[in-house]
Ligand binder design. Structure first.
Ligand SMILES: NC(=O)C1=CN([C@@H]2O[C@H](COP(=O)(O)OP(=O)(O)OC[C@H]3O[C@@H](n4cnc5c(N)ncnc54)[C@H](O)[C@@H]3O)[C@@H](O)[C@H]2O)C=CC1
Ligand SMILES: N[C@@H](CCC(=O)N[C@@H](CSC=O)C(=O)NCC(=O)O)C(=O)O
Ligand SMILES: [Zn+2]
Ligand SMILES: [Zn+2]
Length: 386
């Protein structure tokens, strides 16, 4: 790393990135130019990156904030190549995980223990820009937008210091990349957002990495029943391995899903989690929460224009509707602790990794995700060097 560092610091790096030129078209593997990091910024070499459903959702043109051309990806691990002016907490050679929700420790949100939604750079990040309203990527002479402050589907990316978590040198980078989004989100939804207690009865809708991480968390805190719901029965075996006690395929039911669940499972659940991104499923999840005290957490991200609805009576009669982003974790404080839980064997990230592929295979990886044939696919981002 040292020769790499001295030869590239302060210079433009030319490297490979997967560019989404427009919505709904395959990514193109292109040579891009990555500018050196400016004040408060860090340039990282991405080593591993996984696909999250939110990348597919954005590529499919479903995100109201989606801008193109863009470099997607936000679940990664890497090594710091160089740092910009004023960066003090991170240095070249450090191992890092990019964080799509930063933690600046200064904004009103960071100072409030009730939220993890640091707003320091939210406006420009949502526009695909750095805080100075410019970008650090160029391809064929054109500006390319950042994504969720991470843009991990590139050999190198520029990320803010406040959007990076430094991890121990002995951390398994090929696994802990998953802590950048899906696993942390589902796990945190249980621990931080719902605060599920021992003995609680739980329903989980959607058995991708996010839903499976909800099951993992629910099992860990001692939930007495965990009902796993998915329209793809191929997901059930893994859900059981994580701790699901029952599985339900809505496609096999005659009655509406919520009616079936309330009748079959003792008038409904203490906690329900929507991990699909479908507003009809969100309604079902709310309506099968137990009368009087049931809490339903929206984790899934619904498409532009979609809205949730239910009869207000559902809330009048004691159900609570909540949501979570990144599982409520204050990112830079929490991700190192989740890395430690991985090293201590409390969390088994291997179970979430269904495929290991090369960066160049990224379009095949998106095809598998769209076909529901994977949980998490981890890309080796250095594969084009080999
Ligand atoms: N709030 C947050 O901070 C985060 C939200 N997300 C969102 O969470 C959701 C899940 O993400 P992943 O696990 O990566 O997705 P995934 O695509 O791996 O899994 C989704 C699962 O939902 C199932 N499904 C689809 N339609 C269904 C239906 N009608 N009923 C029941 N199951 C159904 C699929 O078969 C699949 O198993 C996505 O909407 C994603 O955008 C992801 C990460 C963080
Ligand atoms: N940009 C979208 C919504 C996208 C969204 O909700 N993102 C989640 C994380 S999904 C990760 O895989 C999130 O944390 N949202 C909080 C935020 O501040 O973006 C839209 O405009 O609807
Ligand atoms: Zn994600
Ligand atoms: Zn902040």
């Amino acid at each position: 790393m040292s020769s790499d560092r001295s030869s590239t610091q302060g210079k433009i790096i030319k490297c490979k990135a997967a560019i989404a030129w427009s919505a709904k078209s395959p990514l193109k593997f292109e040579e891009i130019e990555v500018s050196p990091p400016e004040k408060g910024e860090v340039r990282i070499k991405n080593l591993f990156a996984a696909l999250c459903h939110t990348d597919a959702y954005t590529l499919d043109g479903l995100d109201p904030e989606g801008v193109f051309p863009v470099i997607l990806g936000h679940e990664a691990s890497g090594i710091v190549e160089s740092v910009g002016e004023g960066v003090t907490s991170i240095q070249p050679g450090d191992y890092v995980i990019p964080l799509y929700i930063p933690q600046c420790y200064k904004c009103e949100y960071c100072l409030n223990p009730k939220t993890n939604l640091c707003q320091a750079v939210r406006a420009t990040q949502g526009q695909g820009l750095m805080p100075d309203k410019t970008v650090r990527y160029k391809c064929q002479g054109k500006d390319v937008y950042h994504f969720m402050g991470c843009s991990s589907f590139s050999e190198y990316s520029v990320v803010l210091e406040i959007s990076l978590c430094k991890v121990d040198k002995d951390a398994p980078l090929e696994k802990v990349c998953l802590l950048g989004c899906g696993v942390s989100t589902g796990y945190g939804a249980v621990i931080n957002t719902a605060k599920v207690e021992k003995g609680a009865r739980v329903a989980v809708f959607g058995l991708g990495a996010v839903g499976l991480a909800v099951i993992m968390g629910a099992k860990q805190v001692g939930a007495s029943q965990i009902v796993a719901i998915d329209t793809n029965p191929e997901k059930f075996e893994l859900a059981r391995q994580f701790g699901a006690t029952d599985v339900v395929n809505p496609k096999e039911l005659k009655d509406p899903l919520q009616q079936y669940l309330v009748e079959k499972f003792d008038a409904g659940f203490d906690y329900t989690f929507e991990c699909v991104g479908n507003v009809e499923v969100m309604r079902a999840a709310l309506e099968c929460a137990h009368k009087g005290w049931g809490v339903s957490i929206i984790v899934g991200v619904a498409a532009s224009g979609q809205e949730i609805k239910t009869r207000p009576f559902q809330l009048v009669t004691g159900r609570t509707w909540k949501g979570t982003a990144f599982g409520g974790w204050k990112s830079r404080d929490s991700v190192p602790k989740l890395v430690q839980e991985t090293k201590d064997g409390i969390m088994n990230l291997d179970l979430f990794i269904s495929h290991k592929m090369l960066f160049a295979q990224i379009n095949e990886a998106f095809d598998l995700l769209h076909a529901g044939k994977c949980v998490r696919i981890v890309l080796d981002m250095t594969s084009s060097e080999k």
